[in-house]
Design a protein around this ligand. Sequence first.
Ligand code: ATP
Length: 323
Amino acid sequence: MSNAYIEVKNLKKYFQTPTGNLHAVDGLDFSIAKGKTIGVVGESGCGKSTTGRLMTMLLEPTEGEILFNGTDVTKLSHKGMAEYRKKIQIIFQDPFSSLNPRKTVFHSIVEPLDIHRVYRDKAEKENRVYELMELVGLSERFVNSYPHELDGGRRQRIGIARALALSPEFIVCDEPVSALDVSIQAQILNLLKRLQLQFGYTYMFITHDLSVVKHFTEEIMVMYLGQVVEKAPVKQLFANPRHPYTKALLSAIPVPNLKKKKERILLQGEITSPINPKNECRFAARCSFATDECRSSTPEITDLGGGHTVRCFRVHELEEMRP
Ligand SMILES: Nc1ncnc2c1ncn2[C@@H]1O[C@H](COP(=O)(O)OP(=O)(O)OP(=O)(O)O)[C@@H](O)[C@H]1O
C-alpha cells in the first residue's frame, strides 16, 4: 500500500447536459506528499477547477477515490465529512466575489470560526482574528474595513486568512493570483510559500499560467480536456517537456533574454468537445504530429521514469525526431 498523504485514483466527474455527458474530469491518478505542492495547469475548460472542487468535496465525484491519509473521503459519513472539511480549504481566484460585500474584515475572518463553533470565549476568538490578520500581513487598521475599501491584494489576504482560520492541512489554491497585478502576484505567492514552510500545508495550486507555478511547485500536472497529458517534477517539465501540448504551453511563456528567443507554437484546429468524447487522443485535432492511430484510439499513460509520465502514442518517436 502506498503511504502518500493524498492519493487520487481514477477520479471522474461527468456533468449531464442536454446534449450528453460532459467529461469534465476523466480518470485522474496522482498523489501528493505531505507539505508539498502539486501544480495543475491547462487552458480554460480543461477541468482544473472541477478537480479542485472534487478534492474539497464541494462536488461529488462520478467515480473514483480520494484517499486522505489512507481514508477514502468520497465515502465518509456526515460526521466524517464535517471533520474533513475543517482539514481542507480552498482559496478562490476572485476574492471580491467570494467575500460578502456587507461584511467587514473582522466579520469575514470570524465567520468560519463561528460556523464551526471553535471558540466559546469571545476574547480568545477576537485574538485569533487578529493573529490571522498578522499571519497574512493585513494591518490591524483594516479590521473594520469593507472589501470595496481594499485593493485586490488585501482582499486576497482576507480570503487566505479565512482559509487558515480552522488550521487546515490541505489547501486548494484555485488561480489565487490571476486577478491581481503582477507586482502583487509575487507578494501573495511569497506569502503562500512562507505559510507553507511555517505550518507544513500541502497545496494543490491551480493556474492557467505555467510561469506562475515554476518557482512554486515541486510537481506539475498538465491537463487537457479532463485528462492529465503530462506529469513531471517541475524542473524536468520545463527542461524536457514531452507532450506536444505542454511544449505549446511552454512556448507561450515570454523569455526576458532576447538571445534565447524561442519560437511560439501556435495551436491550430478546433478544440474537441468534452461531451461524449470519441475514442481518440483528445489533443489529436490540434496536434501537428497526430496520426491515424491518434484519431482512432485513446493513448495510455507512458511512464518515462523519475516521476515523469506522458499520455501520447508518439512520445518516444518524437524524442528521436528532436533536432
Ligand atoms: N456545473 C457544471 N455543469 C455543466 N458543466 C460544467 C459544470 N462545471 C463545469 N462544467 C464544464 O466542465 C468543464 C471543465 O470546467 P472547469 O471549470 O473545471 O475548467 P477550468 O479548467 O477550471 O476552466 P477555467 O479556468 O475557465 O475555470 C468545462 O467544459 C465546463 O463548461
